[in-house]
Design a protein around this ligand. Sequence first.
Ligand code: RB5
Length: 152
Amino acid sequence: MTDLKVAIGADHAGFRYKEKIKEYLQSGEQARLIPFGLNITDFGTYNEESCDYPVVAYDIARKIASGEFDRGILVCGTGQGMAMAANRVEGIRAAVCTDTFSAGASRTHNNANILCLGQRVTGEGLMLDIVNIWLASEFLGGRHQKRVDMIK
Ligand code: RB5
């Protein structure tokens, strides 16, 4: 099975969590839960200097929509602004997740291709569980496919 290509990005308010996610996913610790390889690419921001989340969201959303990357993870203060911006790009289904159930369902039912997280909202341990479950969960298709198609 080929590695899942995952693009990650953040604004200044999500920078710290982006670094944690990158470190965690590259450490191999998640391998117990995710049964395939991950290829992680970080598109910034690279420090805590103030920057604009729509720029990061748009950049990564376009990389997912074009097929260059399979999935994206975006972190800002709440996850909300990232999702609003990413969802303006055709073909993007960005989901803000603050709990593991929604993280799984956003994949199994909604085929979310971008996960949005809030560094000011979600504790670090829960955030990493959300990332694990979101990456490991597959879209169920079937009756859900018709509904996802209707979003277009
Ligand atoms: C930055 O202060 C904050 O507004 C941003 O990270 C995000 O939470 C927007 O949705």
